[in-house]
Design a protein around this ligand. Structure first.
Ligand code: MRU
Length: 366
Protein backbone atom coordinates (compact mmCIF):
# COMPACT_ATOMS: atom_id res chain seq x y z
CA UNK A 1 0.00 0.00 0.00
CA UNK A 2 1.12 3.56 -0.53
CA UNK A 3 2.35 5.85 2.23
CA UNK A 4 3.27 9.39 1.18
CA UNK A 5 3.58 8.31 -2.44
CA UNK A 6 5.82 5.33 -1.69
CA UNK A 7 4.82 1.70 -1.93
CA UNK A 8 5.24 -0.21 1.34
CA UNK A 9 4.85 -3.61 2.85
CA UNK A 10 4.75 -4.26 6.58
CA UNK A 11 7.81 -6.53 6.64
CA UNK A 12 10.75 -7.00 4.28
CA UNK A 13 14.32 -8.28 4.18
CA UNK A 14 17.01 -5.75 5.10
CA UNK A 15 19.58 -4.67 2.49
CA UNK A 16 22.13 -7.14 3.88
CA UNK A 17 19.51 -9.90 3.50
CA UNK A 18 20.38 -11.15 7.01
CA UNK A 19 18.10 -8.77 8.90
CA UNK A 20 14.40 -7.97 8.69
CA UNK A 21 12.69 -4.59 8.64
CA UNK A 22 9.24 -3.85 10.06
CA UNK A 23 6.99 -0.85 10.52
CA UNK A 24 6.77 -0.12 14.26
CA UNK A 25 3.00 -0.17 14.69
CA UNK A 26 3.17 1.03 18.29
CA UNK A 27 4.22 4.45 16.91
CA UNK A 28 1.31 4.83 14.47
CA UNK A 29 -0.55 7.00 13.69
CA UNK A 30 1.86 9.56 15.14
CA UNK A 31 5.12 8.43 13.58
CA UNK A 32 5.94 6.22 10.59
CA UNK A 33 9.07 4.49 11.81
CA UNK A 34 10.78 1.29 10.79
CA UNK A 35 12.82 -1.04 12.98
CA UNK A 36 15.54 -3.51 12.04
CA UNK A 37 15.23 -6.97 13.60
CA UNK A 38 18.55 -8.80 13.74
CA UNK A 39 17.83 -11.96 15.73
CA UNK A 40 15.07 -14.30 16.85
CA UNK A 41 14.76 -12.54 20.21
CA UNK A 42 14.05 -9.29 18.36
CA UNK A 43 11.36 -11.03 16.29
CA UNK A 44 9.76 -12.50 19.42
CA UNK A 45 9.87 -9.09 21.14
CA UNK A 46 8.28 -7.38 18.13
CA UNK A 47 5.36 -9.83 18.22
CA UNK A 48 4.93 -9.75 22.01
CA UNK A 49 5.13 -5.96 22.24
CA UNK A 50 2.81 -5.61 19.24
CA UNK A 51 5.22 -3.66 17.07
CA UNK A 52 3.83 -6.13 14.56
CA UNK A 53 0.35 -7.52 15.15
CA UNK A 54 -2.58 -8.97 13.23
CA UNK A 55 -2.78 -12.73 12.74
CA UNK A 56 -1.18 -13.02 9.26
CA UNK A 57 1.68 -10.63 10.05
CA UNK A 58 2.40 -12.40 13.35
CA UNK A 59 2.83 -15.64 11.36
CA UNK A 60 5.09 -14.05 8.74
CA UNK A 61 7.24 -12.36 11.41
CA UNK A 62 7.64 -15.69 13.20
CA UNK A 63 8.80 -17.29 9.94
CA UNK A 64 11.45 -14.59 9.53
CA UNK A 65 12.34 -15.06 13.20
CA UNK A 66 13.14 -18.72 12.53
CA UNK A 67 15.27 -17.68 9.53
CA UNK A 68 17.24 -15.24 11.72
CA UNK A 69 17.72 -18.03 14.25
CA UNK A 70 19.02 -20.40 11.57
CA UNK A 71 21.46 -17.75 10.33
CA UNK A 72 22.91 -17.54 13.86
CA UNK A 73 22.99 -21.28 14.61
CA UNK A 74 21.31 -23.88 12.37
CA UNK A 75 21.44 -26.74 14.90
CA UNK A 76 18.37 -28.81 15.85
CA UNK A 77 18.55 -27.50 19.40
CA UNK A 78 18.47 -23.91 18.23
CA UNK A 79 15.57 -24.63 15.86
CA UNK A 80 13.65 -26.08 18.83
CA UNK A 81 14.49 -23.11 21.07
CA UNK A 82 13.61 -20.54 18.40
CA UNK A 83 10.23 -22.15 17.70
CA UNK A 84 9.47 -22.39 21.42
CA UNK A 85 10.39 -18.75 22.00
CA UNK A 86 8.25 -17.53 19.12
CA UNK A 87 5.34 -19.85 19.93
CA UNK A 88 5.11 -18.41 23.45
CA UNK A 89 4.64 -14.81 22.29
CA UNK A 90 0.86 -14.67 21.67
CA UNK A 91 -1.56 -17.58 22.06
CA UNK A 92 -4.65 -16.84 19.98
CA UNK A 93 -3.78 -16.31 16.30
CA UNK A 94 -3.34 -19.75 14.74
CA UNK A 95 -1.15 -18.24 12.00
CA UNK A 96 1.75 -18.26 14.45
CA UNK A 97 1.64 -22.02 14.91
CA UNK A 98 0.88 -22.53 11.23
CA UNK A 99 4.01 -20.61 10.16
CA UNK A 100 6.24 -22.26 12.76
CA UNK A 101 5.02 -25.72 11.76
CA UNK A 102 5.65 -24.93 8.09
CA UNK A 103 9.18 -23.72 8.85
CA UNK A 104 9.98 -26.68 11.06
CA UNK A 105 8.64 -29.24 8.56
CA UNK A 106 10.75 -27.75 5.78
CA UNK A 107 13.95 -27.26 7.80
CA UNK A 108 14.17 -30.40 9.92
CA UNK A 109 15.05 -32.75 7.04
CA UNK A 110 17.80 -30.41 5.79
CA UNK A 111 21.46 -30.60 6.74
CA UNK A 112 22.32 -27.76 9.12
CA UNK A 113 24.58 -25.79 6.71
CA UNK A 114 21.77 -25.34 4.18
CA UNK A 115 19.10 -24.34 6.71
CA UNK A 116 19.64 -20.57 6.86
CA UNK A 117 19.27 -19.97 3.11
CA UNK A 118 16.28 -22.31 2.93
CA UNK A 119 14.68 -20.60 5.93
CA UNK A 120 14.97 -17.12 4.45
CA UNK A 121 13.61 -18.40 1.13
CA UNK A 122 10.64 -20.05 2.84
CA UNK A 123 9.91 -16.99 5.01
CA UNK A 124 9.89 -14.86 1.86
CA UNK A 125 7.62 -17.37 0.14
CA UNK A 126 5.21 -17.27 3.11
CA UNK A 127 5.20 -13.45 2.94
CA UNK A 128 4.54 -13.49 -0.82
CA UNK A 129 1.81 -16.08 -0.39
CA UNK A 130 0.15 -13.85 2.21
CA UNK A 131 -0.02 -11.01 -0.33
CA UNK A 132 -1.61 -13.36 -2.87
CA UNK A 133 -4.14 -14.73 -0.34
CA UNK A 134 -5.21 -11.23 0.64
CA UNK A 135 -5.46 -10.09 -3.00
CA UNK A 136 -7.68 -13.12 -3.75
CA UNK A 137 -9.88 -12.33 -0.74
CA UNK A 138 -10.14 -8.81 -2.15
CA UNK A 139 -11.30 -10.10 -5.52
CA UNK A 140 -13.85 -12.49 -3.99
CA UNK A 141 -15.10 -9.89 -1.51
CA UNK A 142 -15.40 -6.97 -3.93
CA UNK A 143 -18.64 -8.29 -5.54
CA UNK A 144 -20.29 -8.31 -2.09
CA UNK A 145 -19.71 -4.57 -1.87
CA UNK A 146 -20.74 -4.06 -5.50
CA UNK A 147 -23.95 -6.01 -4.85
CA UNK A 148 -24.66 -3.86 -1.79
CA UNK A 149 -24.15 -0.76 -3.93
CA UNK A 150 -26.57 -2.11 -6.56
CA UNK A 151 -29.18 -2.94 -3.89
CA UNK A 152 -28.84 0.49 -2.44
CA UNK A 153 -29.13 2.39 -5.70
CA UNK A 154 -27.59 5.63 -4.48
CA UNK A 155 -25.20 6.81 -1.81
CA UNK A 156 -22.06 5.12 -0.56
CA UNK A 157 -22.09 1.53 0.69
CA UNK A 158 -21.68 1.75 4.46
CA UNK A 159 -19.24 -0.89 5.72
CA UNK A 160 -18.41 -1.45 9.37
CA UNK A 161 -15.13 -3.01 10.42
CA UNK A 162 -13.61 -3.85 13.78
CA UNK A 163 -9.99 -3.66 14.94
CA UNK A 164 -7.38 -3.63 12.20
CA UNK A 165 -7.63 -6.39 9.64
CA UNK A 166 -6.01 -4.05 7.16
CA UNK A 167 -2.70 -4.15 5.30
CA UNK A 168 -0.92 -3.41 8.58
CA UNK A 169 -2.20 -6.73 9.93
CA UNK A 170 -0.87 -8.64 6.92
CA UNK A 171 2.02 -8.14 4.48
CA UNK A 172 -0.15 -6.12 2.07
CA UNK A 173 -3.83 -5.49 1.21
CA UNK A 174 -5.23 -6.75 4.52
CA UNK A 175 -7.98 -9.32 4.82
CA UNK A 176 -11.16 -7.40 5.77
CA UNK A 177 -9.88 -4.31 3.96
CA UNK A 178 -8.86 -6.06 0.73
CA UNK A 179 -12.45 -6.13 -0.66
CA UNK A 180 -12.79 -2.50 0.44
CA UNK A 181 -9.60 -1.42 -1.34
CA UNK A 182 -10.54 -3.41 -4.45
CA UNK A 183 -14.08 -1.96 -4.55
CA UNK A 184 -12.74 1.54 -3.92
CA UNK A 185 -10.21 1.12 -6.78
CA UNK A 186 -13.08 -0.02 -9.01
CA UNK A 187 -14.95 3.21 -8.26
CA UNK A 188 -17.69 1.80 -6.01
CA UNK A 189 -18.86 4.62 -3.70
CA UNK A 190 -18.23 3.49 -0.13
CA UNK A 191 -17.65 4.69 3.39
CA UNK A 192 -16.18 2.75 6.31
CA UNK A 193 -17.31 2.93 9.93
CA UNK A 194 -14.14 2.23 11.90
CA UNK A 195 -14.67 0.84 15.41
CA UNK A 196 -12.05 2.46 17.63
CA UNK A 197 -11.40 -0.97 19.25
CA UNK A 198 -10.58 -0.36 22.86
CA UNK A 199 -8.39 -0.98 24.69
CA UNK A 200 -5.51 -0.73 22.21
CA UNK A 201 -7.43 1.30 19.64
CA UNK A 202 -6.22 -0.57 16.57
CA UNK A 203 -9.24 0.83 14.69
CA UNK A 204 -8.69 4.47 15.60
CA UNK A 205 -4.88 4.32 15.36
CA UNK A 206 -4.24 1.88 12.53
CA UNK A 207 -7.33 1.26 10.38
CA UNK A 208 -8.22 4.95 10.23
CA UNK A 209 -4.59 5.78 9.42
CA UNK A 210 -4.30 3.28 6.59
CA UNK A 211 -7.71 4.06 5.06
CA UNK A 212 -6.82 7.75 5.21
CA UNK A 213 -3.51 7.16 3.41
CA UNK A 214 -5.39 5.42 0.57
CA UNK A 215 -8.05 8.16 0.45
CA UNK A 216 -10.89 5.84 1.53
CA UNK A 217 -13.74 7.79 3.19
CA UNK A 218 -14.15 6.66 6.81
CA UNK A 219 -15.42 7.73 10.21
CA UNK A 220 -14.17 6.48 13.58
CA UNK A 221 -16.90 5.43 16.01
CA UNK A 222 -16.70 4.25 19.61
CA UNK A 223 -17.10 0.51 19.96
CA UNK A 224 -20.61 0.80 21.34
CA UNK A 225 -21.98 2.86 18.44
CA UNK A 226 -22.18 0.02 15.90
CA UNK A 227 -25.50 -1.39 17.12
CA UNK A 228 -27.07 2.06 17.16
CA UNK A 229 -25.97 2.70 13.55
CA UNK A 230 -27.28 -0.69 12.46
CA UNK A 231 -30.70 0.01 14.01
CA UNK A 232 -30.86 3.22 12.00
CA UNK A 233 -30.06 1.48 8.71
CA UNK A 234 -26.65 3.12 8.48
CA UNK A 235 -24.61 -0.06 8.04
CA UNK A 236 -25.00 -2.11 4.83
CA UNK A 237 -22.50 -4.80 5.71
CA UNK A 238 -19.91 -5.74 8.28
CA UNK A 239 -16.52 -7.17 7.29
CA UNK A 240 -14.05 -8.24 9.98
CA UNK A 241 -10.90 -10.36 10.10
CA UNK A 242 -10.14 -13.44 12.17
CA UNK A 243 -7.33 -14.71 14.36
CA UNK A 244 -8.60 -18.27 14.33
CA UNK A 245 -11.64 -19.76 12.64
CA UNK A 246 -12.50 -23.34 13.50
CA UNK A 247 -13.29 -26.23 11.16
CA UNK A 248 -16.98 -25.66 11.92
CA UNK A 249 -16.88 -21.92 11.21
CA UNK A 250 -16.70 -20.37 14.69
CA UNK A 251 -14.76 -17.12 14.40
CA UNK A 252 -12.32 -15.83 16.97
CA UNK A 253 -11.40 -12.18 16.45
CA UNK A 254 -10.67 -9.00 18.40
CA UNK A 255 -12.76 -8.53 21.54
CA UNK A 256 -16.08 -6.89 20.66
CA UNK A 257 -16.53 -8.72 17.36
CA UNK A 258 -19.20 -10.99 18.90
CA UNK A 259 -21.32 -8.02 19.97
CA UNK A 260 -21.16 -6.62 16.43
CA UNK A 261 -22.29 -9.99 15.07
CA UNK A 262 -25.25 -10.07 17.49
CA UNK A 263 -26.29 -6.56 16.52
CA UNK A 264 -25.89 -7.41 12.83
CA UNK A 265 -28.11 -10.50 13.21
CA UNK A 266 -30.79 -8.51 15.05
CA UNK A 267 -30.82 -5.89 12.31
CA UNK A 268 -30.51 -8.11 9.24
CA UNK A 269 -27.07 -6.71 8.36
CA UNK A 270 -24.79 -9.20 6.52
CA UNK A 271 -21.79 -10.11 8.69
CA UNK A 272 -18.77 -11.35 6.70
CA UNK A 273 -15.43 -12.62 7.95
CA UNK A 274 -12.33 -12.40 5.76
CA UNK A 275 -10.54 -15.65 6.51
CA UNK A 276 -7.37 -16.74 4.68
CA UNK A 277 -6.65 -20.46 5.13
CA UNK A 278 -3.64 -19.94 7.47
CA UNK A 279 -6.14 -18.35 9.90
CA UNK A 280 -8.33 -21.46 9.87
CA UNK A 281 -7.61 -24.09 12.51
CA UNK A 282 -8.86 -27.28 10.89
CA UNK A 283 -7.91 -29.30 13.98
CA UNK A 284 -10.59 -27.84 16.24
CA UNK A 285 -14.34 -27.38 15.96
CA UNK A 286 -15.65 -25.64 19.07
CA UNK A 287 -14.32 -22.09 19.17
CA UNK A 288 -15.56 -21.29 22.68
CA UNK A 289 -14.12 -24.40 24.27
CA UNK A 290 -10.92 -24.81 22.29
CA UNK A 291 -9.42 -21.44 21.36
CA UNK A 292 -7.02 -19.96 23.93
CA UNK A 293 -7.98 -16.33 24.53
CA UNK A 294 -5.09 -13.99 25.29
CA UNK A 295 -5.53 -12.04 28.51
CA UNK A 296 -3.51 -8.84 28.35
CA UNK A 297 -2.35 -6.35 30.95
CA UNK A 298 -4.88 -4.47 33.09
CA UNK A 299 -2.95 -1.29 32.27
CA UNK A 300 -4.34 -1.29 28.74
CA UNK A 301 -7.82 -0.82 30.25
CA UNK A 302 -6.98 1.50 33.13
CA UNK A 303 -4.86 3.75 30.93
CA UNK A 304 -5.17 5.30 27.48
CA UNK A 305 -2.15 5.83 25.24
CA UNK A 306 -1.69 9.11 23.41
CA UNK A 307 0.97 11.36 21.98
CA UNK A 308 2.55 13.62 24.58
CA UNK A 309 3.71 17.08 23.57
CA UNK A 310 7.30 15.91 23.73
CA UNK A 311 6.51 13.53 20.87
CA UNK A 312 6.56 10.22 22.70
CA UNK A 313 3.60 7.92 23.27
CA UNK A 314 2.43 8.25 26.86
CA UNK A 315 -0.15 6.35 28.94
CA UNK A 316 -2.70 8.39 30.88
CA UNK A 317 -4.74 6.80 33.69
CA UNK A 318 -8.52 6.93 33.24
CA UNK A 319 -9.55 4.52 36.04
CA UNK A 320 -9.28 5.02 39.78
CA UNK A 321 -6.22 3.66 41.55
CA UNK A 322 -7.12 0.33 43.13
CA UNK A 323 -9.83 -0.77 40.67
CA UNK A 324 -9.11 -4.05 38.94
CA UNK A 325 -9.58 -4.49 35.20
CA UNK A 326 -9.98 -7.60 33.04
CA UNK A 327 -8.57 -7.48 29.53
CA UNK A 328 -9.48 -10.44 27.25
CA UNK A 329 -8.08 -9.57 23.83
CA UNK A 330 -10.36 -11.75 21.68
CA UNK A 331 -13.83 -13.27 21.63
CA UNK A 332 -15.60 -15.99 19.69
CA UNK A 333 -18.50 -15.41 17.31
CA UNK A 334 -20.44 -18.65 16.78
CA UNK A 335 -20.75 -19.79 13.17
CA UNK A 336 -24.52 -19.26 13.10
CA UNK A 337 -24.02 -15.49 13.36
CA UNK A 338 -21.67 -15.39 10.37
CA UNK A 339 -23.21 -14.70 6.94
CA UNK A 340 -20.15 -15.94 5.09
CA UNK A 341 -16.40 -16.46 5.13
CA UNK A 342 -14.47 -14.62 2.43
CA UNK A 343 -11.60 -17.01 1.72
CA UNK A 344 -8.94 -17.10 -0.99
CA UNK A 345 -11.08 -19.79 -2.68
CA UNK A 346 -14.34 -17.87 -2.65
CA UNK A 347 -17.13 -16.80 -0.33
CA UNK A 348 -18.42 -19.81 1.57
CA UNK A 349 -20.82 -20.56 4.42
CA UNK A 350 -19.33 -20.69 7.90
CA UNK A 351 -19.98 -24.41 8.26
CA UNK A 352 -18.03 -27.65 8.53
CA UNK A 353 -19.33 -28.85 5.15
CA UNK A 354 -18.45 -25.69 3.25
CA UNK A 355 -14.99 -25.46 4.82
CA UNK A 356 -14.30 -29.12 4.07
CA UNK A 357 -15.45 -28.68 0.47
CA UNK A 358 -13.36 -25.53 -0.06
CA UNK A 359 -10.24 -26.92 1.65
CA UNK A 360 -10.37 -30.72 1.22
CA UNK A 361 -6.61 -31.09 1.72
CA UNK A 362 -6.82 -29.58 5.23
CA UNK A 363 -10.13 -31.12 6.22
CA UNK A 364 -8.68 -34.55 5.49
CA UNK A 365 -6.03 -33.97 8.16
CA UNK A 366 -8.47 -32.90 10.90
O1 MRU B 1 -4.33 -7.90 18.91
P1 MRU B 1 -4.16 -7.72 17.42
O2 MRU B 1 -4.01 -6.30 17.00
O3 MRU B 1 -3.07 -8.61 16.87
O4 MRU B 1 -5.54 -8.25 16.83
C1 MRU B 1 -5.79 -8.18 15.46
C2 MRU B 1 -7.13 -8.67 15.09
O5 MRU B 1 -7.92 -9.06 15.92
C3 MRU B 1 -7.45 -8.78 13.62
O6 MRU B 1 -8.79 -8.55 13.40
C4 MRU B 1 -7.10 -10.20 13.17
O7 MRU B 1 -5.77 -10.50 13.51
C5 MRU B 1 -7.28 -10.37 11.72
S1 MRU B 1 -5.98 -9.55 10.86
C6 MRU B 1 -6.10 -9.71 9.21
Amino acid sequence: MRVEGKSHRTIWLGPDRTSVEIIDQTRLPHRFETITIRDVRGAARAIKDMQVRGAPLIGVTAAYGVALAMAADPSNAHLDDACALLRATRPTAVNLQWALNAMREALEPLAAPSRADAAFALAEAIAEADVALCAAIGEFGRPLIEAAAARKGSGPVQILTHCNAGWLATVDWGTATAPIYKAFEAGVPLHVWVDETRPRNQGASLTAWELGKQGVPHTIIVDNAGGHLMQRGEVDLVIVGTDRTTASGDVCNKIGTYLKALAAKDNGVPFYVAAPSPSIDFAIADGLAEIPIEIRSQNEVTHIAGLAEAGHVENVRVAPEGSNALNPAFDVTPAHLVTGLITERGVIAASRDSLAKAFPEHAAKA
